[in-house]
Design a protein. Structure first.
Length: 92
């Protein structure tokens, strides 16, 4: 009986450690995104489906709305969307 309890506690501890590690790593920005500029991400992601408009085409508020829409539609990460909108706003 005591051995079963020890095994269950050990398994529970391991499960918590794995889950905690996964949660911490899930919050990290992947290296391939972290090393790219907003301009690179904009070119790579936006040109996949359509010709990306000139950054001067829209106001900052319009870029906020456009990037939020494309964040969902193009399945961009939060980090990608943030870098892209910062690049587009810096061009205005």
């Amino acid at each position: 009986m005591k051995n079963r309890i020890k095994i269950k506690l050990t398994l529970a501890t391991i499960a918590l450690a794995v889950a905690g590690s996964a949660m911490i790593n899930a919050c990290k920005v992947p290296e391939d995104i972290a090393n790219k500029s907003g301009a690179q991400l904009w070119g790579e992601n936006c040109n996949r489906c359509h010709n990306a408009p000139d950054p001067h085409t829209f106001s900052d508020d319009q870029w906020d709305a456009a990037v939020e829409h494309m964040h969902q539609k193009a399945i961009l990460t939060d980090a990608e969307a943030k870098k892209i909108v910062e690049f587009l706003k810096s061009a205005n």
